[in-house]
Write a protein that binds this ligand. Structure first.
Ligand code: SF4
Ligand code: SF4
Ligand code: SF4
Length: 359
């Protein structure tokens, strides 16, 4: 038996994973957990070892029967409290972080008060600060590799090559827009079903009803439709690009940080920026309207791009009929960690090291 309140223990445990889950005013963090974890599920989460575990391993570690362990772990996976993947005969379970993890896995949770409290937590806690000061969570990749001039795109930045690495695909509703749409004043024109999940994540989303199965071609089409309504392709910051978002600057929790704060945000990364050939520019202004972050200004001579902040998404290039804009590689190319699991470990180590800064 635990001496401390199980939800305090759970909050502390979640705070040790990836970017963590810092305490907030009025202990909203604890209240959020209480609404989705039963005391029994909170106990199982705390007892789970970090990394992937089978029901057999969890049973041995906690002195319970394998059948009991499996029943708990499956019930929690089906409620989106932990992640599950299949390996041969076995199922493996993983306590994922708050983001990307059990927050996104609540996308179909009908309890609006939970979503509202989560939005409030995001604004009032130091979670955003932690996220923006460690290794970037997302990498923005261009809509088309052909936009890049003079050099070859890296395979981990080529959206088609990223999709080619995977064999199963799913699409789920966008959690950020869902939370924002609780506010009746929020006017977002972008579609809801835009979050692409692959392989083990696709299987998990499909099995638990979080999303539906699609083909690779459909996944690419959903991402590239963003050219029309101004969505940017963001992949979780690993070479395998397990999860791919199609984000708008009005709804996305991470992109809005870029438009809200003037300084360079570290929560997104890109290996590219755009450059204009003014001799081709006819000053039509289409690219100015298209950049979701207002990084393009019209001047007497033609357009001016804020290259320091540009994410190299390619939306302005798609809008320009004169082919006056191209993408360039940044001088020092960034190589992301190979896998998403590896990225979780890096975020966790950075947060642990600087923990006192973000308490
Ligand atoms: S990160 Fe972007 S696509 Fe993903 S849930 Fe947020 S807005 Fe939606
Ligand atoms: S869309 Fe092309 S032609 Fe029009 S202002 Fe932008 S760069 Fe110039
Ligand atoms: S200027 Fe804006 S639209 Fe163009 S690539 Fe950069 S961020 Fe994207």
């Amino acid at each position: 038996m635990f001496k401390k309140d199980i939800y305090d223990l759970l909050a502390e445990d979640v705070d040790r994973i990836s970017f963590g889950f810092p305490k907030s005013y009025f202990r909203l963090d604890k209240k959020l957990l209480k609404k989705i974890f039963t005391p029994e599920h909170a106990k199982v989460f705390v007892q789970m070892k970090q990394g992937y575990v089978t029901a057999k391993q969890h049973a041995e570690q906690n002195n319970i029967s394998e059948a009991e362990a499996k029943a708990h772990l499956d019930a929690m996976a089906n409620k989106g409290l932990i992640f599950r993947r299949h390996r041969g005969e076995n199922d493996e379970y993983h306590k994922h972080p708050f983001v990307m993890g059990f927050l996104e896995f609540q996308v179909n949770n009908p309890d609006k008060s939970w979503l509202l409290a989560t939005s409030l937590y995001m604004i009032t806690s130091k979670f955003g600060k932690r996220m923006s000061q460690t290794m970037p969570f997302y990498r923005t990749v261009p809509m088309h590799k052909e936009f890049l001039e003079g050099s070859k795109i890296m395979p981990y930045d080529d959206i088609e090559a990223i999709l080619d690495k995977h064999t199963r695909f799913g699409v789920a509703p966008c959690m950020c827009r869902k939370m924002q749409r609780l506010d009746p004043k929020f006017k977002c024109i972008h579609p809801s079903e835009t979050c692409i999940v692959t392989d083990d994540y696709a299987t998990f989303y499909i099995e638990t009803g979080l999303g539906r199965e699609i083909t690779k071609e459909e996944a690419l089409a959903i991402l590239r439709e963003g050219e029309n309504d101004g969505r940017v392709i963001n992949v979780t910051n690993s070479q395998d690009g397990e999860n791919i978002c199609s984000c708008c600057a009005c709804g996305c929790g991470i992109l809005t940080l870029r438009t809200r704060y003037p300084g360079p945000a570290n929560d997104l990364w890109s290996n590219h920026y755009s450059e204009v050939d003014l001799s081709k520019c006819v000053k039509c202004g289409l690219c100015v309207k298209k950049c979701p972050f207002n990084y393009i200004k019209m001047t007497k001579e033609g357009i001016e791009i804020d290259q320091k902040h540009c994410l190299g998404c390619g939306l302005c290039i798609a809008a320009c009929h004169q082919k006056a804009i191209v993408l360039k590689h940044k001088p020092n190319l960034y190589t992301p960690p190979e896998t998403y699991d590896g990225a979780i470990e890096i975020w966790q180590n950075i947060t642990k090291k600087d923990y006192n800064k973000y308490k």
